[in-house]
Ligand binder design. Structure first.
Ligand code: ARG
Length: 263
């Protein structure tokens, strides 16, 4: 098959939680490629993107990203929250560097995981965290369910995160960003076969690879026109030619997210 083995390994690593994921990363074979930025991006700051949140464990280790969509609501990936309990999760805003102490740390009072979620490659990969205390940062708006035209093939999307800067590489201390073109559903289907669930996923990346989200970026934003339109979800390796990144198609889940934002 096209490499579902590695794709599924990725998903399994991630559901195992932060500690296990960190161990798996340390145990990974050494990457031969030189480390590149998110993969293939540039450094940026939370001052430039104040709605980008780190999701950490109780000891402050970042394991996923998230997006502030209301003062006390953060959108992330369901696969980031599988097996997590609210008491063990923190959200950190306004902290550009993973080893910083600046910004705002919030405890989580409630985790909503899409009840249909089973595995990232089956879709439904969305979760909403309710924070115990509000973030003093400006939230970003997210797509409504009717805005399905934002996913036009070739449109430019922005990705952000602290994830690894190469496949099997190490995480970036500083927030990174890159832009990637959206890929048509038919093209993504030819990359990923039945693991690509068109109703729930959208793909982005160059056909030649080189720029992508990677491990640790999950849950973070895919922005189109400055609006949250996707959630980093999965992919075959990272930045590989012919295998774009796969993002949660947020229009499909917009009403569910809104119900959580208003609850
Ligand atoms: N599942 C990964 C995470 O939890 C994200 C992988 C994204 N992969 C990709 N090739 N775009 O951090």
């Amino acid at each position: 098959m096209f490499g579902s083995r590695r794709a599924r390994q990725t998903a399994a690593t991630l559901v195992a939680g932060a500690a296990a994921a960190a161990t798996a990363l340390l145990a990974s074979p050494t990457a031969s490629a030189a480390p590149q930025p998110i993969v293939g991006g540039t450094t940026t700051t939370t001052a430039a993107y104040p709605f980008v949140m780190q999701i950490t464990d109780a000891s402050g280790s970042q394991f996923c990203g998230g997006t502030l969509v209301a003062a006390n609501k953060v959108v992330t990936a369901a696969h980031c929250m599988a097996g997590e309990s609210a008491g063990n999760v923190r959200v950190v805003g306004g902290r550009t560097d993973l080893n910083g102490t600046d910004g705002t740390v919030a405890k989580v009072s409630r985790i909503w995981v899409n009840p249909d979620y089973t595995d990232a490659t089956n879709g439904h990969d969305v979760a909403v965290l309710t924070l115990a205390t509000s973030m003093p940062y400006k939230p970003v708006s997210y797509v409504s369910s009717s805005q399905t035209d934002v996913y036009a093939a070739g449109a430019t999307a922005r990705i952000l995160g602290w994830g690894t800067t190469s496949e099997n590489g190490s995480s970036s201390n500083q927030l990174r960003t890159a832009t990637v073109p959206l890929v048509s559903d038919s093209s993504c289907k030819s990359s990923y076969g039945s693991d690509f669930v068109q109703s729930d996923m959208v793909c982005a990346g160059y056909s030649s690879g080189g720029v992508d989200t990677c491990q640790g970026d999950s849950g973070g934003p895919l922005l189109i026109g400055g609006v949250l339109a996707g959630i980093t979800s999965w992919g075959e390796g990272c930045a590989e030619a012919g295998y774009p990144g796969v993002y949660t198609r947020l229009t499909t889940f917009s009403a569910l997210v809104t119900a959580q934002v208003n609850s």
